[in-house]
Ligand binder design. Structure first.
Ligand code: FAD
Length: 436
């Protein structure tokens, strides 16, 4: 058995810890905050509760696999299976046209987009189809198995070497700007400039169409609850309220994690936080920048506000996503607004001009700037900013240049977002292997 310290108790760190404990390692998890889960949590005020971060996930197999491989199946742990989201998002454009994008069906998406204009359904599915071979390469060599950045298989190397940017690809594939906005939505919402995102990284459209988008019964915060219990069952020592300050390197390999309470000895360390914040790793990631969270406003509304059944994206100078998830006292609704782009005024005012006027229905609100969110989570849950095709080689994970140090979470391979962060835990566990 070896002693492994995991730094960071967000979804990435918890996933790694659960798997490593199942592999019979002695695992200690350090979390700077009082609770585990990181961005997966709840913000509460005046009887309202809003999801702090994610509300849905792509690729449900990643979560199912985590539960199965670290203990009991997810549906037994949560009391119900994940449920598919019928309409992934409604996109509303400045010209007052709109489209509801269904999940998990090529035919349904083609039909929905055809209603925006003749030929648009076909243009959409032809674009999305181009990502099937991309996913095949990524899944095999990057998402489901640890990659070796120094010696990647030929098809992965070719993919990562491709020069085309997503901005260019969308201009080539779509004459209608609205389709480009829908296809560029996910990376834009995660804080990236499409001119710096490689074309292959636009594959979220394919994953949504092929595998659907899913909700966790009881909300994402339930995941943090059941995973916290899972760690207790697996006898992981959780040190909450403890910040990992740095790694202690002896004879060229990691030997401990430095905290304010002293050093915690380790045979291996999993860094599931922004590695730029740990001095011993900082020089290995100096070419990376974090992708910054959006401006967030959580609204408590009276039920005179419209009953939204799915996310609504308002495209304009700024892009605002309205998420109607969360719980509210009887006769009320809870919305979260996530803003990107040129936001020179209050998002509620922008909403009003776009036809969603709830100014008179607001009974409470919680505003959080990107800086406040980064401070709260001690880093950005959106991981590494796309700065061109070199980005996958510049971020760490599952291994790192420091012997004994592994990287998981949004800042590591294969990137941010619930399924990828969950997979990062699997990749680290595979790279470390079972205790001997
Ligand atoms: C508003 C918002 C909406 C989102 N929506 C979606 C969505 O709908 N679907 C989706 O798939 N993804 C979504 N995401 C992204 C997703 O939530 C994240 O990519 C994922 O949860 C990141 O997990 P993580 O463990 O890497 O990091 P985090 O959740 O950031 O957790 C990191 C943890 O490490 C702790 N920590 C940091 N530094 C230290 C240290 N030195 N020592 C000890 N502890 C430390 C922090 O306190 C934190 O708890 C969203 C994110 C946000 C912010």
């Amino acid at each position: 058995m070896s002693r492994i310290v995991v730094v960071g108790g967000g979804l990435g760190g918890v996933a790694a810890a659960a798997r490593l404990a199942k592999q019979r390692h002695e695992v200690t998890l350090l979390e700077a905050r009082r609770e585990l889960g990181g961005a997966i949590g709840t913000v509460a005020q005046d009887g309202f509760a809003w999801p702090a971060g994610p509300t849905t996930t792509m690729l449900p197999a990643a979560l199912r696999d985590l539960f199965r491989k670290s203990g009991r199946p997810l549906e037994r742990e949560l009391g119900a299976d994940l449920s598919p989201v019928e309409t992934i998002r409604e996109h509303r454009f400045a010209d007052r046209t709109s489209v509801r994008l269904p999940g998990g069906s090529r035919g349904a998406q083609a039909a929905a987009l055809e209603e925006l204009g003749p030929g648009l359904g076909e243009a959409w599915v032809s674009h999305v189809d181009t990502y099937a071979p991309v996913w095949d390469v990524l899944r095999r060599h990057y998402v489901e198995n640890p990659w070796d950045a120094a010696d990647p298989p030929t098809d992965l190397r070719r993919l990562f070497a491709a020069r085309q940017t997503l901005a260019k690809r969308l201009r080539r594939d779509f004459r209608d700007d609205r389709l480009a906005m829908i296809a560029g939505y996910l990376p834009t919402a995660e804080g990236h400039d499409l001119r710096n995102v490689p074309a292959w990284a636009g594959l979220g459209t394919y994953l949504e169409q092929c595998f659907g988008v899913w909700q966790v019964p009881g909300g994402m915060a339930r995941l943090a609850e059941v995973l916290t219990n899972r760690l207790a069952t697996r006898r992981v020592t959780v040190l909450a309220g403890v910040l990992g300050r740095d790694l202690v390197i002896r004879d060229g390999a990691v030997a401990a994690v430095q905290t304010d309470e002293g050093a915690i000895e380790a045979d291996a360390v999993v860094v599931a936080v922004d590695p730029r914040r740990l001095p011993a790793l900082a020089r290995h990631v100096e070419r990376t920048m974090p992708a910054i969270p959006p401006v967030v406003t959580r609204l408590g509304l009276t039920d005179e506000a419209p009953a939204l059944e799915h996310d609504v994206v308002l495209h304009g100078d700024a892009m605002i996503t309205v998420r109607p998830d969360g719980t509210a006292p009887s006769g009320h609704r809870a919305w979260t607004l996530l803003g990107r782009g040129k936001l020179s005024e209050d998002m509620v005012a922008v909403l009003a001009r776009s036809g969603l006027d709830v100014r008179d229905q607001v009974v409470t609100r919680v505003d959080q700037s990107p800086r406040e969110l980064v401070e709260e989570w001690h880093g950005s849950p959106y991981g590494v900013l796309w700065q061109g095709r070199g980005t996958p080689r510049h971020r760490l994970g599952p291994t790192t240049p420091v012997p004994g140090v592994y990287a998981a979470g949004a800042h590591a391979t294969p990137g941010a977002g619930v399924p990828f962060v969950v997979q990062s835990g699997a990749l680290v566990a595979a790279a470390i292997g079972p205790a001997s």
